[in-house]
Design a protein around this ligand. Sequence first.
Ligand code: HEL
Length: 434
Amino acid sequence: MVQGKFGKRAVMSASVLALVVASVPALAAQAQATETVAGNATRHTPGDGLPQPDLDALHQVFTQVMAGGAPGVMTRIDGDSGETVHRETAGVADRSDGQAMNTDARFRIGSITKSFSTVVLLQLVQEGKVALDTSVDTYLPGLLSDRTITVRHLLTHRSGLWDYTNDMFADTVPGFEAVRNKVFTYQELVKLSLAHPATAEPGAAYQYSNTNFVVVGALIEKITGQPVRTEYEQRIIDPLNLTSTVYVHPSATIPGGHINGYLTPDEAGAPLVDSTEQTLSWAQSAGAMVSNPRDLNRFFSALMGGRLLSAGMLTEMLTMTPSDGTGTRFYGLGLRQRVLSCGISVYGHTGTVQGYYSYVFTTRDGLRSVTSMANTSNNGNVNTILGNTLEAAFCGKAPAPKTPAAQAPSAQRSPTATPSAPFYEDIAPNVARR
Ligand code: HEL
């Protein structure tokens, strides 16, 4: 029995292939395992009206992610009624001992945390304790210099507050090492932001900034008188029984079975840096949560299914504006929308923290949810390719074109096509966050 840090249950659910290669690091790095879960789940017919996931395309994406330099990658697709449609892993969770990637294990979810913070804040709006279009200064006097910044401006990334992480991580590994053991207050992080002039008038432009969600954390704590951790637990984690979701800040370790993260240095050819342990205090309510694919799919499915917010608040959260000029990417309140090549819209968030790229998206009815994760970062090519798991999982196989002339745009898509250049979503033009 191979029983590493994931424990018996997780190992039992992995395929024989994954078990064999797990003890041989060199082989494990090549591994590509399809886990077959209860009820021969890979053959489960989704009841969500969507096409079957394209498992061949998913395999191809995994191959490209691994070839691009990720130690490991995983995707979990959950369907209607919460049953697992498909799980797939490749490569390793831990390069030091060759433990195979595992879809039950925890990892750092980065900015997916922003959706959790938003749900807490919107519940407080529902309860009449805070108002979306009221000045932040009403609740946190003197924290921000501009009194016209509202709560909604924070949640929609339209405050104009400079993202202090642009400076912090200008040099990737030195920047990370400088903060990995630090503990910041919200005020200290806001002060770093306010050292720069505003990037735009409040409300004028969408400009992604971690500062917004640090202020959201400060707001939640001020209004409730409780640490954000308690609010996440009482309002989301416990009611949804998210057993692998934790907010452990300022602890630097991930409790329980987890995936190790590997940061790619800026210098070509330099070895990956094990970045698993860090306080993530530089992000806190903007990105410090830990979770796993089962919990993330469950959270977003519950959100879209109306189990966390009133209909009115969910409508607010889903009020989208473009986040770029592609016509396919939008941002609501702590929530992304992507329009896939087959025309399906999916809702969720992405996350990038040192060593971890992650995606979780679900359909508008919450009936199909997909989480994908690769345990590297500062490698934009890998992140872009990883995003193609969404195409494979939601769009299925493209219908065969009848004639070249009749080929519709939706049939021309290629779920595994690698764009000629990586796409840097939401990154300030002068900042190289690979
Ligand atoms: S950035 C994003 C992503 N978000 C934002 C947040 C998160 N993560 C960060 O702000 C981390 C930035 C440093 C990441 C680091 C790396 O790749 O590990 N890069 C460097 O240090 C580059 N010099 C908008 C991409 C999101 O998808 O929402 O998560």
